[in-house]
Design a binder for this molecule. Structure first.
Ligand SMILES: O=C(O)[C@H](O)[C@@H](O)[C@H](O)[C@H](O)COP(=O)(O)O
Length: 266
């Protein structure tokens, strides 16, 4: 368990949030490129891709620090639904429609790691997770020598029940210690079959950002940040496991009533 506290930022609207999210993501990018000349990032579904696109497709101020170098990005999925890549429920399709297809050619193209559809078609969700884990192993070196992959950045959402990735409250998957990627076959949020990064992988990342907006998130945000009973919620477990490596990007309606948001810029 981390001893430090997560950062909680709140902005008046999505535009202001996206601006700060851009600086944050590009800071993570620039540090990763200095470290190992590649930027390994995992993204979620839900409302995140729209906000991320708003952040990353905004006009640059022209400085190298403010420029996404997409050709050096390796994009993975923090979770993915077990559906074909052209299905309306696919997180890959969502990211493609919102962001990937709109990246101007001069910014380069990222390397994207979608799921292998073979095991979507045969319905074997465990195999789907295993094959995705093998893809991670190829990118993060052999599992024998690396206990856990260390993402430069993982971008998450938070559901109204406190779930994140496809890690749902009370689920046995929250106790997973070894697997990097795990199947979920009975998700309370449709569609039921999914794969997800596990909690140890999420908390091992160098940077973890949640994006949670709208008044619909108010109650769960209070539970995560202010209530003892909220401590076992998946999003709270990320906070406890990763401490100040975690930054929450919220808008004011989502954190109404919470005592300590740091508002404004980072
Ligand atoms: O594919 C998914 O279902 C997601 O990755 C999921 O974890 C999502 O991030 C949350 O449900 C928050 O979704 P919203 O941002 O839409 O509230």
């Amino acid at each position: 368990m981390a001893t430090s506290q997560p950062n909680l930022y709140s902005f008046p609207n999505t535009e202001a949030l996206a601006k700060q999210l851009r600086s944050y993501v590009l800071r993570c990018q620039n540090a990763a490129l200095t470290r190992h000349d590649t930027f390994r990032v995992a993204v979620s579904g839900g409302s995140l891709p729209v906000v991320l696109a708003k952040a990353l497709l905004a006009e640059s101020n022209g400085s190298p620090e403010d420029t996404p170098q997409f050709s050096k990005w390796q994009i993975f999925f923090a979770d993915e639904r077990a559906v074909p890549l052209d299905d309306k429920d696919s997180n890959y399709l969502l990211l493609k429609d919102e962001l990937l297809s709109k990246i101007p050619a001069e910014l380069g193209a990222p390397t994207v790691h979608p799921i292998d559809e073979k095991h979507v078609h045969d319905g074997d969700t465990q195999a789907l997770a295993d094959v995705y884990q093998e893809d991670l192993m190829r990118s993060f070196a052999a599992k024998e020598s690396v206990k856990l992959p260390v993402f430069d950045l993982i971008l998450l959402g938070c559901g109204p029940d406190g779930h994140t990735c496809s890690l749902f409250p009370g689920h046995e998957l929250l106790r997973e210690k070894d697997a990097w990627v795990a199947p979920e076959t009975n998700s309370p949020k449709p569609p039921p079959k999914r794969i997800t990064l596990t909690l140890p992988v999420v908390t091992s990342a160098l940077n973890i950002a949640f994006v949670a907006t709208g008044g619909g998130k108010k109650e769960i945000m209070k539970a995560i940040f202010d209530n003892e009973e909220g401590r076992s919620l998946p999003s709270a477990l990320v906070n406890h496991g990763a401490g100040d490596k975690v930054s929450w990007f919220t808008d004011h309606p989502a954190v109404e009533g919470i005592a300590f948001p740091r508002r404004g810029s980072l």
